[in-house]
Design a binder for this molecule. Structure first.
Ligand SMILES: [Zn+2]
Length: 45
């Protein structure tokens, strides 16, 4: 599951519509995706 965060107020956006995303807090339309704890493990060998 992909979470979206508002780039301005860092509020989490739960409801995503494909028509358009707008922050319900500050009205910003700039968002970035937030991945739920994905760590890249690089093998050291
Ligand atoms: Zn916002």
């Amino acid at each position: 599951m992909t979470n979206y965060k508002c780039a301005r107020c860092k509020a989490r956006i739960g409801d995503i519509t494909t028509v358009g995303i707008q922050c319900t807090v500050c009205g910003s339309k700039v968002f970035y995706k937030e991945r739920p704890n994905v760590k890249k493990t690089i093998p050291s060998k």
